[in-house]
Design a protein around this ligand. Structure first.
Ligand SMILES: Nc1ncnc2c1ncn2[C@@H]1O[C@H](COP(=O)(O)OP(=O)(O)O)[C@@H](O)[C@H]1O
Ligand SMILES: [Mg+2]
Length: 310
């Protein structure tokens, strides 16, 4: 029997809510992530796919402990077997876990980008940084520029370089490729692949799901703040018959190269979620049963939250 590999990051039953003020004194808790599961093993790229607003960036913030003060988190979050307490998260942010933030506003406006990309490492990893800049199409003089002198695409490549230069054991890359040419995106993902092949791990949050399928080991599909399916990336490369959840199949079919078939309807808003299965109102397979919340089931080496998946 295949031995189960150790996990680096283990998250289950994660929920994130925000305290919102409706009026002067009225306040409510808006749950934007619920029952979310994700595991990451050493040497793995786990891609996180899902439409805008499905909770991908909040997951990154919850792992790193950088949610806004009006957010509250519940659930099981363990990193290398230890609970992710605020104190542990603060330590891990100092180098062990690196974030490629979704917004380029994270760059320090007052620091030249070469120094910024080197981080706190001494001696400065100048050679390694120049090699990574070169591979991502950043001319050498970029190192002397300030963030305001960069285009959006260059700024994103600097942020990606910063994570690649670091010695982080886990990189969380939140939409790293927008603004890059296809060649640059392939190069960036290729470097994440090299990192993973050295035994480090990457959570790759992305809209470019066809690229993610090519480079990742596993894919987690998010919908309305929860994980609906986690499957080997090979299943996403194989096509809808290998997938388990109707939403994953629909995502696949919505890709331009697979027929561009749009999914009817909208992802529900956190304050107005349907009862039971969150995808049911848009699902071609829905039945009466879907009024109840489906449990997570293991099917063909993947996990799925659907009564009808086979
Ligand atoms: N600070 C906040 N206060 C209230 N709601 C928020 C806040 N940040 C994010 N949300 C909501 O949480 C949901 C998930 O957001 P996010 O994780 O940023 O989505 P994405 O998958 O696009 O990265 C969205 O509906 C968003 O409106
Ligand atoms: Mg996001």
């Amino acid at each position: 029997m295949e031995q189960k590999k150790e996990t680096l990051l283990e998250i289950h039953d994660l929920s994130v809510s925000f305290r919102m003020y409706n009026g002067l004194l009225e306040q409510t808790d808006l749950e934007v992530i619920s029952d979310l599961h994700l595991t990451v093993r050493p040497g793995e790229i786990v891609a996180v796919a899902g439409s805008s607003g499905s909770g991908k960036s909040l997951l990154a913030s919850a792992i790193l402990g950088i949610l806004p003060p009006n957010a509250s988190v519940r659930g099981h979050l363990h990193y290398r077997g230890e609970e992710l307490t605020p104190r542990r998260q603060a330590q891990l942010r100092c180098g062990e876990i690196a974030l490629v933030p979704q917004s380029v506003a994270f760059l320090d406006p007052l620091m030249r980008v070469g120094r910024q990309a080197d981080g706190h490492r001494r001696p400065r990893p100048t050679e390694k940084r120049r090699e990574i800049f070169r591979r991502l199409g950043l001319p050498e003089e970029t190192e002397g520029l300030y963030p305001f002198q960069l285009s959006g695409g260059m700024a994103r490549r600097v942020l990606v370089s910063t994570a690649l230069i670091s010695d982080a054991r886990l990189v969380i890359a939140d939409e790293p490729t927008p603004g890059m040419s296809l060649d640059q995106a392939l190069e960036a993902l290729g470097m994440f692949r090299e990192m993973a092949d050295e035994g480090r791990s990457v959570i790759l949050i992305t809209h470019d799901i066809d690229l993610a399928f090519a480079f990742a080991d596993r894919v987690a599909v998010f919908y309305a703040g929860t994980t609906v399916e986690t499957a080997p990336a090979a299943d996403f490369r194989a096509g809808p018959q290998a997938l388990r959840h109707p939403y994953s199949k629909a995502l696949w079919q919505a890709l331009p190269q697979n027929g561009f078939q749009p999914i009817g309807g909208f992802q529900p808003y956190a304050g107005n979620l349907p009862e039971g299965c969150l995808f049911a109102p848009r699902c071609p397979c829905r039945t009466e049963e879907c009024r109840r919340t489906p449990p997570v089931r293991e099917i063909r080496g993947g996990e799925v939250r659907c009564f009808h998946a086979t």
